[in-house]
Ligand binder design. Structure first.
Ligand SMILES: [Zn+2]
Length: 236
């Protein structure tokens, strides 16, 4: 299960990942390289949104991609390709953001069911031929339903296990592991030692439970760990 800004947090599933794959089409086994990631929506024509501020670069309808939108995201330096839409609500040149309804997920073109085929490549590759573009695995790159900071705080609070399991879990949920871990390290480097923070707690800087827990976790501390040290210090 993946939560995505494209679907405003509605549950979708990766039905086919990026890269080499073998599948059955019209009763025949086919092997190919999949230049995108397929997100199944349980047969529902879910509304798709832009993930952040961008611009509609191109709209096309072909036999294989069906109704297809290309969105340019300057901040990310990427172009996203949304294929197989049932209906398109935007126009070329339109400026979009996460509140823009791009259209409905569908099964136009070559598709065995309702899904979003999401491709991604660098903006600079636009003028290259289709297969010469550096298509990238969008599932490993971006899906922050939560912000990187929120996820980094969860990592610190123990919700995402340890490496290498942490990497696997984060990537499965659509986060870029390196990006999250970088933020985790930044937060941790700013942190005081457990002893220092426990003393701050004793000196009243973190109020009382449950507010104390919220405040500590906001700063990236593990509440249980700090409180344990507080109790130890108070016993002395
Ligand atoms: Zn696909």
């Amino acid at each position: 299960m993946v939560k995505s800004k494209i679907f405003k947090g509605k549950d979708v599933y990766i039905t086919s990942g990026f890269g080499n794959r073998t599948y059955v089409l019209n009763g025949k086994q086919v092997s190919d390289f999949h230049y995108g990631v397929d997100y199944g929506t349980n047969g529902i024509k879910l509304v798709q949104h832009a993930i952040e501020k961008g611009k509609i670069k191109h709209i096309t309808t072909t036999g294989s991609l069906g109704n297809c939108i290309y969105i340019e995201y300057p901040r990310l330096n990427k172009i996203f390709q949304h294929a197989h839409l049932d209906k398109i609500n935007v126009k070329v040149g339109q400026v979009v953001d996460n509140n823009t309804r791009l259209g409905l997920t569908g099964a136009t073109g070559t598709a065995t069911g309702i899904h979003l085929h999401l491709g991604m490549f660098p903006i600079g590759d636009w003028n290259k031929a289709y297969y010469s573009r550096n298509w990238e695995d969008v599932s490993k790159y971006i899906y922050p339903e939560k912000s990187i900071l929120e996820v980094a705080r969860e990592v610190i609070n123990g919700k995402w296990d340890n490496y290498p399991k942490r990497k696997e879990l984060l990537e499965k949920a659509g986060y870029n592991y390196n990006e999250v871990q970088k933020r985790v390290n930044e937060l941790l480097s700013k942190k005081k030692s457990i002893d220092e923070i426990a003393r701050d707690v004793i000196n009243g800087k973190y109020k009382n439970y449950p507010e104390r827990k919220t405040l500590l976790e906001k700063e990236g501390y593990n509440y249980a760990e700090v409180q344990k040290r507080v109790n130890e210090l108070l016993k002395k």
